[in-house]
Structure formats: structure tokens, C-alpha cells
Design a protein around this ligand. Structure first.
Ligand SMILES: NC(=O)c1ccc[n+]([C@@H]2O[C@H](COP(=O)([O-])OP(=O)(O)OC[C@H]3O[C@@H](n4cnc5c(N)ncnc54)[C@H](O)[C@@H]3O)[C@@H](O)[C@H]2O)c1
Length: 246
């Protein structure tokens, strides 16, 4: 009996690692990719966990990861396009031109490539598949001090909705999750801009539940959207945000 297989990008990070844990607990086999993995050859942690290094902005890395996935497991059922960077935080007028390109490359181009090449393989294999992209609440409303991040996260929603329509009759569903600030290294790195307490209160000010999300809470939504329980859900924008957009 074959287990379903998920490819998770940014698997070394907070939400990515939580996805690895949640999908593995649900009986999925895992391919985790991250540019923070330093090994060059794929690393097999067990028969059901494969970790590969690489960069989501590079089409050749996508082809290599997908080749590894099919040669190791013989199938692919879901891709979680989760890798992302925050980029700088500063006044709009001070936002560096190069930083805009760098953030768009990882957060928008990386998600486009993962959606395109992931779906292409699943369609070519003639199987049913799911793609879950990770946007942000910054993908839903403007963020004057992180314009590159906000623009990239709005782009993720456009990529998702376009792909959902493109693949609707080809058995690949594409959905997007918009987390509110979640307790990971990304949020902790923002704390360098002032004090942890100030950052915590600024970042949770817009969250009615008045706390950070737990990475496991984002992973649970990704697992649901990847599962057969979500078989009629495509093109959906799911806030997982403690009521932020309510
Ligand atoms: N933490 C939050 O508050 C929050 C809120 C909303 C959305 N998100 C989104 O969730 C996703 C995961 O973020 P996180 O909080 O777990 O951050 P994180 O920094 O803990 O993890 C991100 C991971 O992505 C990897 N990565 C970055 N660029 C890459 C590239 N070019 N190729 C391959 N891997 C790359 C990093 O090495 C890191 O392991 C991101 O897309 C982020 O924008 C996070």
C-alpha cells in the first residue's frame, strides 16, 4: 500500500518543519527541501523522509527535487510552497530596490515555479494532486513598512487563483493559506528591529486572539487542504490567523 507523498519547501524552517511533522504523523512520505540544508546529495533520514538542498528560485533545482521524488517514492500527491523570506522592514521610501527583487524572487517566483513544475509532474503522471501555497495576512492588506513582502504575498494569491482555474479539470487543486504572525525564526528575526516585547505587541495588535500562531496550526490547515477531505476546494484563500481578517 502506497503512502501519499508531499514535497515541502522551507522544510528547515518553523512552519516547514511543522508540516513535515504533521504530514508524517498522518502517514505521508516526505520530501523536504531547503536552501539551509547544506548536503549536496539527498539525505535519507528514514524510508519515508528525504531531504534535499537547493533554492526554490532555480528551475533546475525543482527538476532535480521532482526527479528525486519520483525515483525515490514513485509518486507525488502534494506540494507545500512554504519557503519564504521577510526582507527588510523600513519606510516605503527607504525600501531598497534590490531587496524588492530579492523578496519577489523567493516568495513569488519560487511559489510560481513550485506550482508550475509540481503541477506539471502530477498532470503528466495522471494522478490527483494538491498544491498549498503559503501567503500571509500581508498578502491581503497593505503593509507600509514591508512593501516587498506584502507585494510578494499578494502575488502568491494571484498565482494560486490562476493555477486553481488552470488545473481545475486536470485533478490538481491549488489553495493558499494566509497565516497571521506565527512563532518561528522569521518572527524572532523581526525582534532585532526593536525589543521582543514591542515586536510581540505590534505583531499581535491586529490578531483578536492576541497571540502568535503556532506553526502546527498552520501545518494542520496545509494537511487538510492536501487531503481528500478538501476534494472540492480549489482556489480558496484560507486565513489561519486568530481572527485577524474577521
Ligand atoms: N512566521 C510568520 O509570522 C509568518 C506569517 C505569515 C506567513 N509566513 C510565511 O510562512 C512561510 C514559512 O515561514 P517561517 O515563519 O516558517 O520562516 P522560517 O524563516 O522559519 O523558515 C523559512 C525557511 O525557508 C527557507 N528558504 C528561504 N529562502 C529559500 C530559498 N530560496 N530556497 C529554499 N529555501 C528557502 C529558509 O532557509 C527557512 O528554512 C514563509 O513563506 C513566510 O513568509 C510566516
Amino acid at each position: 500500500m502506497h503512502h501519499p507523498v508531499v514535497l515541502v519547501t522551507g522544510a528547515a524552517g518553523g512552519i516547514g518543519a511543522a508540516c513535515v511533522t504533521a504530514f508524517a504523523a498522518a502517514g505521508w512520505d516526505i520530501v523536504g527541501v531547503d536552501r539551509a540544508f547544506t548536503h549536496t546529495a539527498p539525505q535519507k533520514n528514514s524510508s519515508s523522509m528525504l531531504f534535499c538542498a537547493g533554492d526554490v528560485t532555480q528551475p533546475s533545482d525543482w527538476q532535480r527535487w521532482l526527479d528525486e521524488t519520483y525515483s525515490h517514492y514513485g509518486r507525488l500527491d502534494a506540494v507545500i510552497n512554504n519557503a519564504g523570506i521577510s526582507g527588510p522592514i523600513c519606510d516605503f521610501l527607504d525600501y531598497p530596490d534590490d531587496a524588492f527583487d530579492a523578496v519577489m524572487a523567493v516568495n513569488a517566483r519560487g511559489v510560481f515555479l513550485g506550482t508550475k513544475y509540481g503541477a506539471a509532474r502530477m498532470i503528466a503522471a495522471g494522478t490527483t494532486g494538491a498544491i498549498v501555497n503559503i501567503s500571509s495576512n500581508a498578502g491581503l492588506t497593505g503593509s507600509p513598512r514591508i512593501v516587498g513582502y506584502s507585494a510578494s504575498k499578494h502575488a502568491v494569491i494571484g498565482i494560486t487563483k490562476s493555477a486553481a482555474k488552470a488545473f481545475a479539470t486536470r485533478n490538481v487543486r491549488v489553495n493558499v493559506i494566509c497565516p497571521a504572525p506565527t512563532d518561528t525564526a522569521m518572527v524572532r528575526s523581526l525582534e532585532q528591529y526593536s525589543s521582543p516585547a514591542q515586536v510581540h505587541s505590534a505583531l499581535t495588535a491586529g490578531t483578536p486572539m492576541a497571540r502568535y500562531g503556532d506553526p502546527a496550526e498552520i501545518a494542520a490547515a496545509a494537511l487538510f487542504l492536501s487531503s481528500a477531505a478538501a476534494s472540492f476546494i480549489t482556489g480558496a484563500v484560507l486565513p489561519v490567523d486568530g481572527g485577524s481578517v474577521a
